[in-house]
Ligand binder design. Sequence first.
Ligand code: HEC
Length: 104
Amino acid sequence: MKTALFAALALTVATAPVIAQDRHLARNLAANCANCHGTNGVSQGGMPSLAGMDRTYFTAQMNAFKSGARSGPAATIMHQLAKGYNDEQIALMAAYFSAQKPAK
Ligand code: HEC
């Protein structure tokens, strides 16, 4: 009896963070970009803002960084970064950033 209760509790504890992470997946992915592109993609200057960016444009840029079609002196970091995300993750981030309010 005690063992069953413990097992049930352990299962609850073990699965809870996974569910929470799933619900916030887009935001968590987007948080990886905040260092350079600002919180929620609102740049504080210097870097392009991602907040309010058109989904199609965002996706095209990420794929262009991945393939190397978009290049330039400042693009090398994005080449490395973009390769770390699959289509589904890019789509999640595109939806997330397009829904953020751009800076005035
Ligand atoms: C270490 C800094 C750094 C991080 C972290 C970073 N970026 Fe960038 N990003 C840049 C720079 C620099 C550019 C400009 C590249 C250029 O001008 O070619 C850029 C450009 C972009 C662009 C093109 C913007 C435009 O206006 O065309 C997109 C889209 C983008 N980043 C998405 C992301 C996403 C998504 C993440 C997180 C997964 C991310 N970046 C994380 C530095 C960064």
